[in-house]
Design a protein around this ligand. Structure first.
Ligand code: PMT
Length: 394
């Protein structure tokens, strides 16, 4: 499957380095040409002999030992795919900030083909806002896919987020990137993401828990598969495709309506607020001289319902729904009431999936009530499968 594909694997200093041995074996079984780079710290966890034997290639770790006239990091950067696993906090931080102080980080800076980064670290390190900022920077790059770590028992003795993704998941992501099928070429797709914010006064707003991760994963995947993507999100983001910021439900409605005129499909993964304050106070509401505050909320327009009035037969509309009970029953009602071609139903009763998680588990339901279950997976992989199900298999 991966014949003639050149895969470079960068290994950093972390105990999960031992798992990369099985990844190399699996990629070799698929006939990929695998080369490995070790950071100086990685040598504490895995030996060059092991990697050389498994990859059937020399192992690279020194920027200046080459007998070739070309710098080593430039020659290595010509591979088809660079997998960095495990990616330590140190190395992810350096790559995110353009630091090139060893062979791995220099190669990453020169690499223009796809890069997969599979971080692994202690849970407190993973949740450190500085490290998360670096991860967000990496994710915003066109050619970088970050496979988030999972939660569980960590080698450092803690329990939490930080376990490197399984080699099988890394292999599958590598296969889907290397055998990318541009099945969305020529399609104009609008995707919405995030929870809207309905202002109360200059300081406060009514919001919800949607982070926009699901919508953004779909937008990234659609772009990779050749679609002309317009992301309408409730927050700023740096992406290689067109993005429009729409903060409130009313703003989102007007942006979606405008973009929909020339679109082939709309995917509403955003969580627009159903209500807004009847009045937005111009000044900050003061707590002095009052025991409480009564806000009158009025109904917001339903974006999907408005779109159903202008939808043409050749345009696809896909809704999402977040339900805490009677998932399928409620989803089916929404397909009909909002005139959808598909609905993607999330069970938000579990904290491990849905709102703000890197993972999701969904049911895709079509107009004839056929149900396709996508079991728990990263939002990156769920996004791939949703697009395949809707645009390839339907
Ligand atoms: O953003 P994440 O943290 O990654 O989480 C993802 C998610 C759980 C938010 C996402 O997968 C999801 O389920 N989004 C839809 C949330 C929602 O608004 O559900 P709903 O059942 O209230 O609405 C059903 C559909 O109508 C949705 O497609 C929604 O975008 C749309 N809608 C809702 C309200 C409104 N005023 N206008 C709309 O068009």
């Amino acid at each position: 499957m991966l014949k003639n594909k050149k895969i470079l694997i960068g290994i950093t200093g972390g105990i999960a380095a031992y798992k990369v041995c099985s990844l190399i074996r699996e990629l070799k079984k698929l006939n990929a040409d695998v080369k490995t780079i070790l950071t100086p710290n990685a040598k504490n966890f895995v030996t060059e002999t092991t990697l050389m034997t498994l990859s059937q290639n020399p192992v690279y770790s020194d920027e200046f030992s080459s007998q070739n006239w070309r710098p080593e990091h430039i020659s290595l950067s010509e591979a088809d795919l660079f997998i960095i696993a495990p990616a330590s906090a140190n190395t992810t931080g350096k790559i995110a900030n353009g630091i090139c102080d060893n062979l791995l980080t220099s190669t990453a800076a020169a690499f223009s083909n796809p890069i997969i980064i599979a971080p692994a670290m202690n849970c407190n390190m993973w949740n450190n806002p500085l490290i998360q900022k670096n991860i967000e920077t990496l994710k915003s790059q066109n050619n970088i896919t970050v496979i988030p770590p999972s939660s569980g028992y960590l080698a450092c003795g803690y329990d939490g987020d930080g376990r490197m993704a399984e080699p099988e998941d890394i292999k599958n992501t590598a296969i889907s990137i290397l055998t990318e099928d541009k099945f969305l070429n020529g399609k104009k797709i609008i995707i919405t993401a995030g929870g809207t914010k309905e202002q109360i006064d200059p300081v406060r707003y009514i919001g919800n828990h949607s982070s926009g991760k699901m919508g953004m994963a779909i937008a990234d995947a659609a772009c990779r598969h050749g679609a002309e993507v317009t992301l309408i999100a409730t927050y700023e983001t740096k992406k290689p495709y067109k993005t429009i910021v729409a903060t409130s439900t009313q703003d989102m409605l007007s942006e979606v309506k405008q973009a929909f005129i020339n679109a082939d499909a709309l995917i509403m993964a955003a969580a627009p607020a159903d209500f807004r304050a009847e009045q937005i106070n111009e000044q900050k509401i003061k707590k002095e001289n009052t025991d409480g505050l009564t806000l009158k909320l009025i109904k917001n327009p339903d974006i999907l319902q408005e779109i159903s009035n202008i939808k043409k037969n050749n345009q696809l509309v896909i809704g999402f729904c977040a339900e805490s009970e009677n998932l399928v029953e409620n989803a089916k009602k929404k397909i009909n009431s909002k005139n959808l071609d598909f609905i993607v139903a999330n069970d938000i009763s579990s904290k491990e999936i849905g709102f703000n998680s890197d993972f999701n588990e969904v049911k895709i339901i079509d107009k004839s009530n056929n149900i396709k279950f996508l079991q728990k997976d990263t939002k990156i992989n769920i996004a791939e499968k949703i697009l395949e199900e809707i645009f390839k298999n339907a």
